[in-house]
Design a protein around this ligand. Sequence first.
Ligand SMILES: NC(=O)c1ccc[n+]([C@@H]2O[C@H](COP(=O)([O-])OP(=O)(O)OC[C@H]3O[C@@H](n4cnc5c(N)ncnc54)[C@H](OP(=O)(O)O)[C@@H]3O)[C@@H](O)[C@H]2O)c1
Length: 364
Amino acid sequence: MDTFAFIIHPLDPKADVARKYPRLARLLSVPLIHFLSRYWPPLVLSRVTGVRSLATGRQVEGWLLACPFTAQRMIELPPRVVYRKVIQTGRLAERLGAQILGLGAFTSVAGDGGVTVARALDIPVTTGDSYTVTLAVRALLEAGRQMGIAAEQAVTAVVGASGAVGSASACLLAPRVGRMILLGRRLEPLERVRQEVMGLARGAVDISTEIGDIRQAALVASATSAGRAVIHPPHLKPGAVVCDIARPRDVSAQVLEQRDDVLVIDGGLAEVPGEVEFGFDYGLPPRLAFGCMAETIALALEGRFEDYTVGKNIEIDRVREIEEIAERHGFRLAGLRSFEHPLTPEQIHRVRQKAAQAATPGPV
Ligand SMILES: NC(=O)c1ccc[n+]([C@@H]2O[C@H](COP(=O)([O-])OP(=O)(O)OC[C@H]3O[C@@H](n4cnc5c(N)ncnc54)[C@H](OP(=O)(O)O)[C@@H]3O)[C@@H](O)[C@H]2O)c1
């Protein structure tokens, strides 16, 4: 049977370490977890079984591996230190017999987006970003539709737009939405993305380094590598829909507490075909996977054992191709979720009502 391996790592130090070592997580402070994460060796978390293609009936199996670096440590440390441990984890995948390796969360964000890791390993590598992008864009447009937003006229912001996921998301959104605002920390790389997006866009394309500018947008896709919340309650206009692709999240939990008139959805989630057992609780309900994980599994089902999405320039042709491959094998866009909970039509209806109230001027 063909096989894959996928690397994950702690995003929320306490909660994620507790998934593997519940007692240890109670004893260790967060700073100590960050410190120790540098020295903890890679490990096998689980065997993944039961994935079956709807198209061919073919099954694949795999392993979830941990690269025990917290996101914060990966941001602070030089990329070569991060590469070393990701490559060490990749070697573990090789010894297990995996035929393709997926890089989850910050293991693909750090440095050059998997290029150095792919060069060092004997098995092919993918960041999984191509499928993540298509899932996130579809989820954002679907959530917008349910909120009654006409996408073609909607001012649409992409936060982290000069990054790998952000720039590809902007390109995919451009022909389907109204005016776009591309946000990041530096104008120069944003300008480069703007040139590319302008050739695809229906409306004007602006760039900004001021996060407050997303208050103009009805639709927001967010994919920064900040490793902490960058979108806070005052930043969003009533009725806005935000697809938060970033892990750790870009949208502050305070938005959920304080803004019942905006809809925040978790981006980039797919249902995996077959009776899949992941064998490890990584924070999603049964059968759901992050887009990057789903891309790795879809490539294994397709028998495409080659470096697929690698580097920071995601090709739109690849995004379209992996969407077709995944769809054919039975992967589906997951139902809408917000801060890890499923969203019901009633909840969305309530957000619409609150947004309408917030937009209506009160009595003078
Ligand atoms: N859900 C999934 O399945 C999935 C899959 C893949 C990736 N992801 C997540 O997607 C996110 C982006 O990944 P990536 O590979 O595209 O990263 P990337 O290529 O490093 O791009 C990150 C972008 O974020 C911007 N940025 C960083 N810090 C910021 C801040 N404080 N405020 C505003 N913008 C900031 C960067 O701008 P500058 O260049 O100007 O700093 C850059 O445009 C990560 O959180 C990753 O974990 C999720």
